[in-house]
Design a protein around this ligand. Structure first.
Ligand code: AP5
Ligand code: MG
Length: 227
C-alpha cells in the first residue's frame, strides 16, 4: 500500500448505479492515495451484522432494494466525517464518499454542513450489464474487498485474495432486488447528475477494471493528485 501521501483537503464523491464498480475503484484509490473511504453500504452492512438498531432498520430497506431514509443516512455520515481519519492535519475535511449522497436531500445536507464535494466521479454502466455483474459478485465482509466469479475471480475459491477471509454473496445481489435497486437509482439518485452538473467527471465503467482505474487516475491527476 502506497497511501503515504499527505492527506489533501478534498471531498470526493463516487456516484454510479449499483454494481458500476464504485467499491472496486475505491479500494484501488485507497491503496494508491491513502484516502479516507466511506462506503455507506459497507457501514450499514457492518451495523446490521453487529445487530445495532440502525443496522437492523437499514437491513429491512436494503433487503428490499430500497433506499434507507435520508435522516438515518445523514446522521451516519455527519458523525463519521468528524473522525480524525477523514480530516487533514489542520482539521479540514478530506474524504471519498462511495454511495452518499444518493438523493437530493442528502446532497442538500452535505451542502448545508459545508461539505459539498470538490470532485464528483460518475462511473457509468448501462443497466443491462449490471445484473450479470452483481449476481456474480462475492464480497469480503472482513476487509471490504470485492471479487467476481467471472471478472475478478479469487485465487482460491471462496477466499478473499486480500485478507484470506471467507467471501459472501450479498443478500441484495439477487435479480429481483437488483432490479429494484436500479429503479431506485434512476428515480432517486440520477437527479444528482443535474445537481452537480459541470463538476462531474464521467468515466466509462464498462471497460476492464484496470482500464476504469486508469481513467479514474487520469481524473485524479487533473485534480492535483500526483502518482
Ligand atoms: P451499496 O453497498 O452502496 O450498493 P450499490 O450502490 O448498489 O453499489 P454496489 O456496492 O452494489 O456496487 P459498486 O458500484 O460498489 O460495485 P462493485 O465495485 O462492488 O448500498 C447497498 C444498499 O444500502 C442500498 O441499496 C441502500 O439500501 C443502502 N444505502 C447505501 N447508501 C445509502 C444512501 N446514501 N442512502 C440511502 N440508502 C443507502 O462491483 C460490482 C461487481 O462487478 C463486483 O463483483 C466487481 O468485481 C465487478 N466489477 C467491478 N468493476 C468491473 C469492471 N470494470 N468490469 C467487470 N466487472 C467489474
Ligand atoms: Mg459498493
Amino acid at each position: 500500500m502506497s497511501g503515504t501521501a499527505t492527506k489533501r483537503s478534498q471531498k470526493i464523491i463516487l456516484v454510479g448505479p449499483p454494481g458500476a464498480g464504485k467499491g472496486t475503484v475505491a479500494k484501488s484509490l485507497v491503496d494508491r492515495y491513502g484516502l479516507c473511504h466511506l462506503s455507506t453500504g459497507d457501514m450499514l452492512r457492518a451495523a446490521a451484522a453487529a445487530g445495532t438498531e440502525v443496522g437492523l432498520l437499514a437491513k429491512s430497506f436494503m433487503d428490499k432494494g430500497a433506499l434507507v431514509p435520508d435522516s438515518v443516512m445523514v446522521s451516519l455520515i455527519e458523525e463519521r466525517v468528524q473522525q480524525p481519519d477523514c480530516r487533514t492535519a489542520d482539521g479540514s475535511p478530506a474524504f471519498m464518499l462511495d454511495g452518499f449522497p444518493r438523493t437530493l436531500p442528502q446532497a442538500d445536507a452535505l451542502q448545508a454542513r459545508g461539505l459539498a464535494p470538490d470532485l464528483v466521479v460518475f462511473i457509468d454502466v448501462p443497466g443491462d450489464a449490471i445484473v450479470r455483474r452483481l449476481s456474480g459478485r462475492r464480497t469480503c465482509p472482513a476487509c471490504g474487498n470485492v471479487h467476481h466469479v467471472e471478472f475478478a475471480p479469487p485465487k482460491a475459491d471462496g477466499i478473499c485474495d486480500r485478507c484470506g477471509g471467507a467471501l459472501v454473496h450479498r443478500s441484495d445481489d439477487h435479480e429481483a432486488t437488483i432490479r429494484k435497486r436500479l429503479d431506485a437509482f434512476e428515480l432517486q439518485t440520477s437527479p444528482l447528475v443535474q445537481r452537480y452538473g459541470a463538476m462531474i467527471e464521467r468515466v466509462d465503467g464498462t471497460q476492464r477494471p484496470d482500464e476504469v482505474m486508469r481513467a479514474v487516475v487520469a481524473v485524479m491527476q487533473r485534480h492535483g493528485y500526483a502518482g
